[in-house]
Design a protein. Sequence first.
Length: 224
Amino acid sequence: RQATPLTGKKVIVTAGGTRERIDPVRFITNDSSGKMGYAIAEEMKRRGADVTLISAPTKLEVPAGVNLVPVLTTEDLADAVTKAFKQADILVMAAAVADFKPVNSADQKIKKTADNDQMTIKLTKTADILKQVAKLKQPGQITVGFAAETQNLLDNAQQKLVNKQLDLLIANDVSKPGVGFNGDTNQVTILQPDQAPIKTQLADKHVIAKQVVDQISQRVQKEG
Ligand code: PMT
């Protein structure tokens, strides 16, 4: 196969929604199916990269030749990403990460009681993985984040690009039909610190993955 700028590059892709336990039978998660991340992993592999997919639970098949690291919680994901990042050339964080987790996870199933019509679960913030990674980042390493927004897409995404010190930020307006969580399609705007935003059409997640990977590949070419 012909060499590409991504041939032999060590790429980490994260996917799926992290799970935070409330008790042995309940957890908090989100609508991520993993499709966007898996499509990116597959496209990276197709271009010759050495791909590690760190994935929260999904119903998807792992693309051929991709190494899977399964995780459940945000803490698991943070540990796996920070460990793998040391050796990596590129990190793509497509996972939908819980921003909060229960302060306490009960050892036994929480029971309904006759005198309690309401219950409160106290949540605490999780660690911001991309912010942790920003501190570890060495020259030449490329970090790519996603932004799932329901309002002020470009402003919020631009802030994430800067705050998380990313090379690329893939913004999706998940309030629009066919965009973001769960479905087979997406529509994104690709932000980079030194370039005008690139807005894609609504298309299959595999087509979007190609467009995202094209931009990452161009950055690798520029920096190499
Ligand atoms: O999985 P699918 O069903 O195909 O859906 C795709 C998707 C909507 C999940 C995907 O396109 C997407 O937008 N993924 C990122 C979702 C998300 O967590 O967005 P955010 O705006 O809350 O976070 C911004 C970035 O910081 C993300 O890259 C996220 O992975 C990362 N993050 C978030 C929280 C946290 N504690 N640590 C992080 O590193």
